[in-house]
Ligand binder design. Structure first.
Ligand code: SF4
Ligand code: SF4
Length: 332
């Protein structure tokens, strides 16, 4: 039986908190989305971590926390933050790491306390390391194996760009051999360094639609739970902007809080934290952009990469672009 994708619709009763603990990182990936001009170079203190975790926890909703950086395991109090989030009642706790797992993280938390998500951008060092750095594939896969051996729930994130698109097909076999059960295929963003390069790294609609679903299906057939962004809406599918209908917060150590990750390169955050209180920003901010309903779908995509939208002879867009936070899943 063929495995088909299901769209994961936004849930009103869910809140996802993406907490960037710091912007520092030991790596310098060619597509890094961190922008210190916008997000500073601070590291949140242990006290601030506790306060902000409490500030964003909503007891009436399924609150999920994702610790990010920079590299979040560089933060000496990450293990404390994970426990604190658990005590507050967060439903799921995830750490998105480049795989270096600093501060002996595997021995400082128990397997049930957090899901560890590892970033790999190639099925071997020859593809991964030119993107993520010399020796990174070896370190990341070694720590991934250690985490699985210790009983941690792990996932792998593969950010697809024109640099590694044609090597994605080798990932299902690699992940299966490692024992990974969750696979996130991410599309390269138009943020940070990848917004600056001369040769565009983003994929065309055809590249995305012909390569990603078959690889996702193969991984699902091997028993993995696969999640990837929807990107293009089909005829008759409704468009929804997560900024309007969902609760996602992207928190940076300088106190900026965005609702949309595509807005992160600009000072248009809808919210900010001042004196441990969450306040709305004034003026032209992302909240105002979310209300501009256009034929092309996502308004930020249209603003940031208008050249990527193709039009028919009558001027209507060939594809409507979904919210970047709308995901599809495949599993047996
Ligand atoms: S690991 Fe993440 S934060 Fe670090 S350089 Fe790579 S993309 Fe940037
Ligand atoms: S990616 Fe587009 S649709 Fe999604 S929250 Fe941002 S502006 Fe809205």
């Amino acid at each position: 039986m063929t495995i088909n994708p299901t769209t994961l619709q936004f849930k009103a009763q869910e809140r996802n908190v993406f907490f960037h603990l710091l912007t520092a990182c030991n790596l310098s990936c060619s597509h890094c989305y961190i922008n210190t001009a916008q997000h500073g170079s601070q590291t949140v203190s242990r006290e601030t971590m506790e306060s902000w975790l409490a500030l964003f926890y909503e007891a009436d909703k399924e609150s999920n926390i994702i610790f990010l950086g920079g590299e979040p395991t560089l933060h000496p109090d990450l293990a404390h933050g994970i426990r604190h989030a658990r005590e507050l009642g967060y439903a799921t706790i995830t750490v998105d790491s480049n795989g270096f797992l600093f501060h002996d993280l595997l021995n400082r938390i128990e397997p049930g306390e957090a899901v560890l998500s590892f970033s790999l951008d190639g099925p071997d060092a020859a593809i991964n390391d030119p993107i993520r750095g010399q020796g990174v594939f070896a370190t990341c896969t070694e720590n991934l194996r250690r985490a699985i051996d210790l009983g941690f729930e792990v996932s792998v994130i593969y950010t697809v760009s024109r640099m590694n698109l044609h090597h994605l097909e080798r990932m299902p076999a690699l992940l299966n051999s490692l024992g990974v059960k969750r696979f996130f295929i991410q599309v390269i963003g138009i943020r940070g360094k990848s917004a600056d390069v001369e040769e565009p790294l983003q994929l065309s609609p055809d590249q995305w639609l012909t390569v990603i679903p078959p690889v996702a299906r193969e991984a699902a057939e091997l028993g993995m739970h696969v999640i990837y962004p929807k990107v293009f809406l089909e005829e008759g599918e409704e468009f929804a902007c997560a900024g309007e209908v969902a609760e996602n917060f992207f928190i940076f150590p300088n106190g900026r809080v965005y609702k949309c990750p595509l807005c992160e390169d600009f000072p248009i955050h809808a919210l900010e934290i001042k004196d441990n209180r969450l306040i709305k920003t004034e003026g032209l901010n992302e909240d105002r952009l979310f209300t501009l309903h256009i034929a092309e779908g996502c308004v930020m995509n249209k603003l940031l990469q208008p050249g990527n939208i193709e039009y028919t002879a009558d001027g209507s867009p060939k594809h409507r672009i979904s919210c970047c936070l709308l995901k599809q899943e495949m599993q047996k």
